[in-house]
Design a protein around this ligand. Sequence first.
Ligand SMILES: [Zn+2]
Length: 275
Amino acid sequence: MRVPVLTYHSNNVSGNDHASNDHVALATDLRTITRLGLRIVSLHQVVAVLLGEAPLASVERAVALSFDDGSWFDWHDLDHPSCGPQRGFAGILREHAAQSGRAVHATSFVIVSPQARDELDRTCLIGCGWWGDDWWLPAQREGLIAIESHSWDHNHPTLSHTAQREGRKGSFSAVDSHADADAQIRQAADWLDARLAPHRASLFAYPYGQANDYLVREYFPHHAAQHRVRAAFGTEPAPIETGSLRWNLPRFVCGQHWGSDAELERLLAESADRW
Ligand SMILES: [Zn+2]
């Protein structure tokens, strides 16, 4: 099993080319993936194979897609204040499916706390209410984008208050006690399950890609009945393989691990099943 997971941030828009705009990158990369004869499978399918619940053949010659932070740019078409109209990730996926005739799927790891998103909308975006969760249930029902957890508040540095007990913000390494993990991970799963039923949140992506020993060796493996997470994802640049560490699965990040179609092609040649 060798499945690269490609990660995009829909808030990454500072220009209109592959290197400066994850919407341009996603649209281009989907064509590259199809041209190389790879298919797109859901992250849930990759986890099912990793856990021995689904056949290896179901993820052969495949990649999986994930999105982080869960703003409106994942779903809605928006007029960016300096870069102009931007197609939402959902529209890009639907267009690719229609044009290529191939199945597409992505998992969006969302920041769950409504208060945190409201404050981030003002401190990181332009305060237009573009971090709402109105689209999460329709996305889940359509089956194009699955909604999973990127923690309660990302322990984000621009928030006046986060769930970290000592007020240490800007790093997820600081989430290293049961109370903090419960507030960031179990609380987020409860919120999602209450609103997206019958869907049950089961995947987690570490904010900033930062795992730590407490979460990987203690909280995730030993408190499953509380958090219900089946696998957690970081940002080590490697494919998911048989035997990959379930509580810190690798992902490649657009802009960080590749910045052009040529670089993606090289990355996929090195990390996906041979085609
Ligand atoms: Zn994030």
